[in-house]
Structure formats: structure tokens, C-alpha cells
Write a protein that binds this ligand. Structure first.
Ligand SMILES: Cc1cc2nc3c(=O)[nH]c(=O)nc-3n(C[C@H](O)[C@H](O)[C@H](O)COP(=O)(O)OP(=O)(O)OC[C@H]3O[C@@H](n4cnc5c(N)ncnc54)[C@H](O)[C@@H]3O)c2cc1C
Ligand code: FES
Length: 392
């Protein structure tokens, strides 16, 4: 075995135009069209490029939205998370205030959970509210996992796609009026019928959350993976609870980030990297993906493609036991050793690792010997569930 243990897995306002007079009483607003929470002297940009600038108070974060795009969708696309749950105008989790500028709702109808009085004082449901010009809004932002309470939800398996001989991509759909808020890299627990639970990392980034994506490896007769590789079929109903975990990108850091994925440890790192690309970060990001043989790098083409699209991204795949037929010309050895060969001094880096516990334990020890600050090491060890550990 390669590692001990089990086998691996915007400033607002430029060119100016006075758009509307102060109507703090809400007078003159059409139903569903909160037009005028614009201070009398507020200035808004020309928007010749047809995108709108939105500033969040009190953080001062700015982002742009396209016409027809909700404030929430645009914020997620830029890596800024406003709290949400249903994304359908029924739960009020995303409620905030329009301080300057104007919004509209689809069909020009107020969402179900917003009454006219709230609308009149500038309260808005940002999951549906679409800017019709530049905006200043007041809303809480999700910056940490403690800002997101885990929830139990039913879901339906809508896609089952074998990614190789022993990894299945599951796409899960929540009920129509529900979305799961999470930070890229977190995981959910699948709640089995007999009361046991199994953890799986979310492989999709939060801005792309219509379906939740899991990469499940077949461990051979496993309580959950056994179902996935056994008689589970598309349309199967499951229950999940989440999100959980502290494995997410520390975006307040400017240090280059190194990622180590073992097997399906690629799943949460995929979510984190797709989120980072969406934010447009120019931080150096370097992924080392380790597996036994070529076929175990089950989405090798994806990071290979990212490398072409993102000059700040680097990808080093490593095989520990390549087979003759692999015709492998890449790096051979333990994945964390490959990283150390390239980065012998880790004192200036953040490191993110996910995968088999054996890999994480050995890499942690060796990285710290090479100057990595333990506080800058973030990891998710794919520990087998407690109820199986006594059986081995
Ligand atoms: C935070 C976290 C995130 C995780 N993310 C993922 C993920 O994205 N994808 C994924 O596939 N798994 C992931 N896991 C592991 C996952 O939770 C399960 O432990 C694993 O899928 C096995 O569950 P099972 O019910 O199929 O097998 P079980 O019924 O738990 O186990 C069946 C048998 O297989 C053994 N076994 C369990 N796990 C392994 C293993 N990894 N290798 C070899 N033998 C094993 C058990 O000891 C037992 O003998 C994660 C674990 C954690 C803690
Ligand atoms: S009303 Fe539920 S997220 Fe907006």
C-alpha cells in the first residue's frame, strides 16, 4: 500500500444620471418593482455594458450582475455568499435591504414571503430580486461555516455516472423549493435507512448548486457504496444532512495554495478550485493529485483543462503504482513527496489536503518538518464511519 491504512479517494457611480426622486414612503412603486430606494443625490452608472454594480454594506464588497440575474446568483458567481435556503422566495433567509438603486422581481410580482409593507421600506428577497440599475444593499454575508446551520433534507438521485471502474458521480436534486447553502469543500452525511450515516464531500461549487455532486468510491460491500454500485438506480430517494466540515478555502489569505488530493479526495478540492476560479483570484493554485494507477485519476482531463484556462493554476498528477499499460510518463511516487520535491520550504504556503487518513497523517508530519505552519494546513481525512471501524 502506498500509504498506511486503507486503499486510497465595484466603486458605484461613474458616468452619472439622476434616475429617480426620493420615495421613502414607497409611493409610486409598482407591485413587485421596488424602483426608488435611491437617495436624492445618488448617482448611478451608465451601464453601457449592461451589467450592474452592486455594493454590499457594511462589508463594502462589490460585484456585478447581468440583466435578469438575481442579486444572490450574481453574488455566488463572484464568490460572495448571501445567506439563502429555498432560492424561491418562500423562506426569507436571503432578506436584506435595498439602500440605493432599484430592483424588480420575475413577472413583476412580489415573492410569496415578502409583503407590501416590507417591500415599501426597501426589504428585498435577494434570491429573486434582479437589479435594474446599480445597487447598494444591506445584508449579512456568510464568511464561515459557523454562519450555516446544517439541515436535514430529502433528495433524489437524478444522475449516476461512472467516472471509472470504481468511482460513481451522483447528482442529487433537492425538493424544488430548496437549496443547500454550503462553502466549497464542505461535506454532507447521507442518512441510511437503518440510522447509520456516511459522509461525502460536495464536488460542486456553491454557485453551481442546482444539483449536488458526490464522487462515491466502491469500497466493496459498503453500507452506502454497496448500494450505489449495487441496485441503486436514478430517481432513488435519499436523505442527507449538512453541510459539515471546516475544509473550505481561506479567502482572506494571499499565500499561494497547494492542494493534495488522494483518490476521491479530488471531490472537495474540485469544488474549492471551481469556486476559486469563479472568484477570479490570481493566487497561485497548485494541485497534486495522487492515485495508484492511471485509471484511478478518474477526472484527469478536468484539471488538465483548467491548466489551459487559468494561468495561475498548476497541476501535477502522480501515480504510486502505475501499470505497464498505463504508458505513464508523469511523476511516480507518493503524492506528498512529489509536492515536497517541488516545494521543499513550505513556510510561505497554505496547504489543503483531502483523502485517505494514512496519506493525511504522513503528509502532515512531513509538511510540518518542511516548515509548514500547522495553522495553515487544512485537511479532510476520509475516515471510515465509526460503526465500521470495529469490524476491520
Ligand atoms: C469528511 C469525510 C468526507 C468523505 N468524502 C468521501 C467522498 O467524497 N467520497 C467517498 O467515496 N468517500 C468519502 N468519505 C468516506 C465515506 O464516508 C465512507 O466511509 C466510505 O464511502 C465507505 O462507506 P460505505 O458505507 O460504503 O462502507 P462501510 O459500510 O462504511 O464499510 C464497508 C467496509 O469497507 C471498509 N472501508 C470503509 N471505508 C473504506 C475505504 N475508504 N477504503 C477501504 N475500505 C473501506 C470498512 O472498514 C468496512 O470493512 C468521506 C469520509 C469523511 C469522514
Ligand atoms: S426567500 Fe428563501 S432564499 Fe430567498
Amino acid at each position: 500500500m502506498p500509504y498506511p491504512g486503507r486503499a486510497p479517494h465595484g466603486e458605484i457611480g461613474t458616468r452619472t444620471e439622476r434616475r429617480c426622486q426620493l420615495t421613502e414612503t414607497g409611493l409610486g412603486r409598482g407591485r413587485g418593482i421596488n424602483q426608488c430606494f435611491l437617495k436624492p443625490d445618488a448617482e448611478i452608472s451608465d451601464n453601457a455594458d449592461m451589467s450592474y454594480r452592486i455594493r454590499i454594506e457594511p462589508s463594502g464588497h462589490e460585484f456585478t450582475a447581468e440583466p435578469g440575474e438575481s442579486v444572490l446568483a450574481a453574488s455566488l458567481r463572484h464568490g460572495l455568499a448571501i445567506p439563502y435556503s429555498c432560492r424561491g422566495g418562500t423562506c426569507t433567509t436571503c432578506m436584506g435591504k435595498v439602500v440605493e438603486g432599484s430592483i424588480r422581481y420575475p413577472g413583476d410580482e412580489l415573492p410569496e414571503a415578502l409583503d407590501e409593507k416590507e417591500d415599501a421600506v426597501g426589504q428585498a428577497l435577494f434570491c429573486l430580486a434582479e437589479p435594474t440599475g446599480d445597487l447598494v444593499i444591506e445584508v449579512r454575508e456568510v464568511r464561515d461555516t459557523v454562519d450555516i446551520a446544517p439541515r436535514k433534507l430529502p433528495c433524489r438521485v437524478v444522475e449516476m455516472e461512472p467516472l471509472n471502474h470504481d468511482v460513481m458521480r451522483l447528482a442529487l436534486k433537492l425538493p424544488d423549493q430548496d437549496r443547500l447553502q454550503f462553502l466549497a469543500g464542505q461535506y454532507v452525511d447521507i442518512l441510511l435507512r437503518d440510522g447509520r450515516r456516511r459522509s461525502y464531500s460536495l464536488a460542486n461549487p456553491p454557485h453551481d448548486d442546482a444539483l449536488l455532486e458526490l464522487h462515491v468510491r466502491d469500497v466493496g460491500n459498503g453500507a452506502f457504496s454497496g448500494q450505489v454500485f449495487g441496485d441503486m438506480q436514478e430517481k432513488a430517494l435519499l436523505r442527507l444532512e449538512g453541510p459539515f466540515g471546516q475544509f473550505y478555502l481561506r479567502e482572506d489569505s494571499e499565500r499561494p495554495a497547494l492542494f493534495v488530493a488522494g483518490g476521491t479526495g479530488f471531490a472537495p478540492i474540485k469544488g474549492i478550485l471551481e469556486h476559486a476560479f469563479a472568484t477570479g483570484t490570481d493566487r497561485r493554485l497548485h494541485l497534486y493529485w495522487g492515485a495508484r494507477t492511471r485509471r484511478d485519476l478518474y477526472l484527469h482531463q478536468l484539471p488538465t483543462h483548467w491548466r489551459l484556462e487559468h494561468p495561475n493554476f498548476h497541476y501535477t498528477p502522480c501515480l504510486s503504482e502505475p501499470e505497464k499499460d498505463d504508458l505513464w510518463e508523469g511523476r511516480v511516487g507518493l503524492v506528498h513527496n512529489m509536492l515536497l520535491a517541488d516545494y521543499p520550504d513550505l513556510s510561505g504556503f497554505d496547504v489543503y489536503m483531502a483523502g485517505p487518513p494514512g496519506m493525511i497523517a504522513v503528509a502532515r508530519r512531513d509538511f510540518e518538518r518542511h516548515g509548514l505552519d500547522p495553522e495553515r494546513l487544512f485537511s479532510d481525512a476520509f475516515e471510515p464511519a465509526a460503526d465500521t471501524q470495529t469490524r476491520t
